[in-house]
Design a protein around this ligand. Structure first.
Ligand code: UDX
Length: 429
């Protein structure tokens, strides 16, 4: 099948490379000249495990290409995915101007039937607006369909998620649109759920908000564990054994970040309000998430006494492991607050240092964990990279001024660290 994907960000690039791998001819479009020309030179703008290899392979096979020209891509494809960003506005609403502009450009370029598919995460009812925009901008008599096909890819495991999804959701209004999308996904062995467009749009927002709710729930439970002297890890394990609950997304920590969960939660609260429902439950999810970061700072403060002039080694900056993504990473608020309190910060992250240099001022960027720890008063863990789990604690203890670790991700065994002579503070245990 001939597929165009407009928007070569995380979602567009991963989906494009994977559709090409499935045997389709894919053309990815982006209005960022620089990005497109570096993609043409096989320089990949993001770090996502396996993506570079997949892109290189499919470009060499002639199944994947890049352009800045929407019209050219639309004319050469039957299915056109919209995968441009829907960044949050000041009030938390999703900014849909990118979607509207792309819909207009697609409409103007169409010369015969096209299926236009929303892939970006959008509030319910966006499909109607996309349909309307295409209707009023296309030449008379050209047929088209609009569909919704939300992505559920997690950064860091996006390619595995694409080929092995829990479900594929397609929201359609015609049999033709359904059959085109079924054929496109025929190489993937997964349940395909077919719904109307609005329900498909809602499935995405409701799923991400529910994941955020699970995380905030366990974070709230972690507070009770600390007060009562229980262990949140054991509580999560016990809860998770109930198949109706499940163990995943019950990891207590410093709260969720990234470009999806916080943004989708805000957008869902906003669209609910617009439709006439005040989603108080999700407001509470947000509040717990903010408190979790504040509480982490309090933990550092109560173990250092004064933060001013203390040196703090920070392990991990990306919003989660296996990605270089710094968007809405909890590290940003935490480091900014520590700096405001007068701390000197030394940081290390295996992949996000390049992006972090553009965000943080007055921070010392270190070569590895040990260089970050050198002469620091305290070491804090913000991202649970697996290499942090295998550090040499004896070496670390010699390098730190004081053997104090405040772990925001519960990656170490409290008993073991105690035995090794560390003062170890973690979350909910
Ligand atoms: C999320 C959804 O999982 C995915 O389906 C959707 O398509 C995009 O948004 P992503 O943002 O890549 O994916 O990350 P995810 O793995 O969901 O983690 C989100 C945040 O929650 C991270 O900051 C992570 O550290 C945090 N988290 C996750 C926890 O604090 N505890 C958990 O138990 C799980």
């Amino acid at each position: 099948m001939k597929v165009a994907i407009v928007g070569a960000g995380y979602v567009g690039l991963v989906s494009g490379a994977c559709f090409a791998e499935l045997g389709n001819n894919v053309i990815c479009v982006d209005n960022d000249d620089k990005k497109v020309s570096s993609l043409k030179r096989l320089k990949i703008p993001i770090y996502e495990p396996g993506l570079e290899e997949l892109i290189k392979k499919n470009v060499r096979l002639g199944k994947l290409s890049f352009t800045t020209n929407v019209a050219q891509a639309v004319r050469s494809s039957t299915v056109v995915f919209i995968a441009v960003g829907t960044p949050p506005k000041e009030n938390g609403e999703a900014d849909l101007t990118g979607i509207e502009n792309v819909a207009r450009s697609i409409a103007r370029a169409m010369n015969s039937y096209r299926l236009i598919v929303e892939k970006s995460t959008v509030p319910v009812e966006t499909g109607q607006w996309v349909k309307h925009t295409i209707e009023i901008n296309k030449k008379k008599g050209i047929p088209f369909d609009v569909a919704s096909n939300p992505e559920f890819l997690r950064e860091g495991s996006a390619i595995g998620d694409f080929f092995n999804p829990d479900r594929i959701v397609i929201g359609v209004e015609s049999e033709k649109a359904e059959s085109v999308l079924r054929e496109l996904y025929s190489g993937i062995d997964a349940k395909i759920l077919v719904t109307d467009i609005k329900s498909a749009e809602l499935i995405k927002h409701a799923s991400n908000s529910f994941l955020a709710l699970k995380i905030s729930f366990i974070n709230a439970v972690s507070k009770i564990c600390e007060m009562a002297g229980a262990d949140v890890e054991r509580v999560a394990e016990g809860m998770g054994l109930d198949r109706r609950i499940g163990r995943s997304f019950l990891n207590a920590g410093i709260g969720f970040g990234g470009f999806c969960l916080p943004k989708d939660l805000d957008a869902f609260i906003n669209i609910s309000k617009k439709l006439g429902y005040s989603f108080e439950l999700l407001e509470a999810v947000k509040k717990v998430n903010d408190l979790q970061k504040e509480d982490f700072i309090r933990k550092i403060e109560s173990n250092l006494w004064n933060i001013k002039d203390k040196t703090i080694a920070v392990l991990g900056l990306a919003f989660k492991p296996d990605t270089d993504d710094m968007r809405f990473a909890p590290s940003i608020d935490i480091i900014n607050t520590l700096q405001k309190h007068g701390a000197k910060i030394r940081v290390f992250d295996p992949k996000a240092m390049g992006r972090a240099r553009k965000i943080f001022k007055g921070v010392t960027f270190c070569r590895d964990v040990y260089e970050a720890a050198r002469s620091s008063d305290c070491l804090i863990v913000i991202t649970e990279w697996s290499e942090f789990k295998q550090i040499d604690f004896k070496k670390l203890k010699k390098l730190l001024k004081h053997p104090l670790i405040v772990d925001g991700r519960n990656i170490y065994d409290p008993q073991k660290l105690k035995r090794l002579g560390f003062k170890y503070i973690s979350i909910g245990r």
